[in-house]
Design a protein around this ligand. Structure first.
Ligand SMILES: [Zn+2]
Ligand SMILES: [Zn+2]
Length: 247
């Protein structure tokens, strides 16, 4: 599978290099190659990696000199099913635009950039910690058909290749064609996502440690619903990793 993926990737890179001039796809001015994910070094400085202090549970970063571990007020009010959620970078400016264009405009050349951000932060944290599977948040089959790919799955494959953790796309299915979350409040998002995921009937989990992977973490409603289904089916520790996080 991997060699097939690699071959496809090489073809894709060769194709992109042929189709697109080596120009930064964000500022459209400076030079940037396919290998650099078409983001120039100047635009790269807009990337904000998430650094401590942050909420121990959901990873929300805070300003200031907090040195002890703490849990934010959102997490205290929520019934959370994952043990921790972490993200590589803040979902703003360049990163947010790259994710939107990657997802909704088929700007697949941004995958290199987004996967790079994710792998830099997630791979060292996950390697050698006994995680059994990476489970990308599934799309509803209708949405998947419409978009033609699941961005979480593509990013999960990249992280799986970097860490050696098996990617499992068969474990969880999305049962409900949920509303777009963008305009919903925190409470509405949680209700909208309730029971949106189900673990495949023929699967029995026995304490496996699972990493749920998605592109963006906003209120955590989606990943939390996914974690709930996995825990109910017998998963052990469930954590969440995303490329970016809303703050
Ligand atoms: Zn640029
Ligand atoms: Zn929190």
């Amino acid at each position: 599978m991997q060699s097939f993926g690699e071959t496809t990737r090489n073809w894709l890179e060769a194709g992109l290099g042929f189709l697109y001039p080596p120009v930064c796809q964000f500022c459209k001015t400076n030079q940037a190659t396919a290998k650099e994910g078409y983001i120039c070094s100047e635009c790269w400085t807009l990337v904000r990696f998430i650094r401590a202090p942050f909420c121990d549970r959901c990873g929300l970063p805070f300003e200031g000199d907090i040195t002890t571990t703490f849990v934010c007020t959102n997490c205290r009010d929520m019934d959370l099913h994952f043990s921790s959620a972490r993200s590589a970078v803040v979902a703003k400016t360049l990163v947010l635009e790259a994710i939107h264009r990657y997802k909704y405009s088929h700007s697949l050349w941004f995958e290199e950039f987004l996967a790079d951000l994710l792998i830099r932060e997630a791979a060292p944290a996950l390697r050698g910690q006994g995680w059994d599977f990476i489970v990308p948040v599934p799309l509803h089959p209708l949405k998947r058909r419409e978009r033609e790919f699941n961005q979480a799955e593509l990013l999960a494959n990249r992280l799986g290749a970097a860490t050696g953790i098996q990617v499992n796309t068969k474990l969880v299915q999305r049962t409900a064609a949920t509303l777009t979350q963008t305009r919903l409040s925190r409470e509405q998002r949680a209700t909208n996502m309730k029971d949106a995921f189900v673990v495949s009937k023929n699967v029995r989990l026995a304490g496996q440690k699972i990493v749920i992977l998605d592109d963006v973490f906003t209120t955590g409603a989606t990943t939390n619903a996914c974690a709930k289904a996995l825990r109910a089916a017998g998963a052990g520790d469930v954590c969440v990793w995303t490329v970016a996080r809303g703050i």
